[in-house]
Design a protein around this ligand. Structure first.
Ligand code: VGL
Ligand code: ZN
Length: 203
């Protein structure tokens, strides 16, 4: 846990949970399925309970594309159409227990601009600063795209980042992409933790 010190991940004021793009289209059976993406839903729910129990802020980003977005193959992008605004596939994952006061940040809305990071073209940084967030606990989909970009931007903006290792899954378009993304995030300063680390705190 190096830079953060022993037990430094214990939840405290200024910590916020950031759930990245946990949406139907990224689950098995969706338009851009992340293998085993559904497995993170109950894990994220457990993190949500921990953060709510301590009255800490929770933010959910969502991929929220117009129908003609440049991310889509027919418009020059890499991906099949996914997370089109106001469609079923853009909804949050079934069974995800988002609290009523969750802050929802929609991204990749501009037709001609890809935005993997939750910070890109959004007010996420302002929203987080408004609740006094200094350290972000980040999970969701996909580890090698939107989680990676969001974590890189968070670190560049000066947030402490805990990457929720048990609450992310990768697309792995090229085998190993997810592992390389995790290495990149940790080499830039993110600390890896799991639910057990938070649940088994002394005191
Ligand atoms: C994502 C590919 C395209 C993501 C979004 O949420 O990781 N990946 N759009
Ligand atoms: Zn997208």
């Amino acid at each position: 846990m190096g830079a953060f010190g022993q037990y430094s991940w214990a939840l405290r004021k200024g910590d916020a949970l950031v759930i990245v793009d946990l949406q139907r289209d990224f689950l098995p059976g969706g338009a851009l399925p992340v293998p085993r993406g559904d497995e993170v839903v109950p894990v994220v729910n457990a993190y949500i309970r921990l953060f709510r129990g301590k009255e800490l802020s929770i933010v959910a980003t969502r991929d929220w594309h117009p129908p003609d977005h440049c991310s889509f193959r027919e418009h020059g992008g890499l991906w099949p159409p996914h997370c089109v605004q106001d469609t079923l596939g853009a909804q949050f994952a079934p069974g995800l227990d988002l609290p009523p006061d969750v802050v929802i940040v929609s991204k990749a809305i501009k037709p001609h601009e890809e935005a993997y990071s939750g910070f890109q073209g959004t007010d996420l940084d302002e929203r987080l600063r408004a609740f006094g967030a200094r350290r972000l606990y980040v999970g969701g989909l996909a580890a090698d795209y939107c989680v990676l970009s969001t974590v890189k931007d968070a670190l560049a903006l000066g947030y402490g980042v805990f990457l929720l290792k048990d609450a992310i899954r990768a697309v792995d378009l090229n085998p190993g992409d997810g592992d390389r993304a995790i290495e990149e995030m940790t080499s830039l300063g993110a600390a890896l933790i799991t639910l057990e680390d938070l649940e088994n705190m002394p005191g």
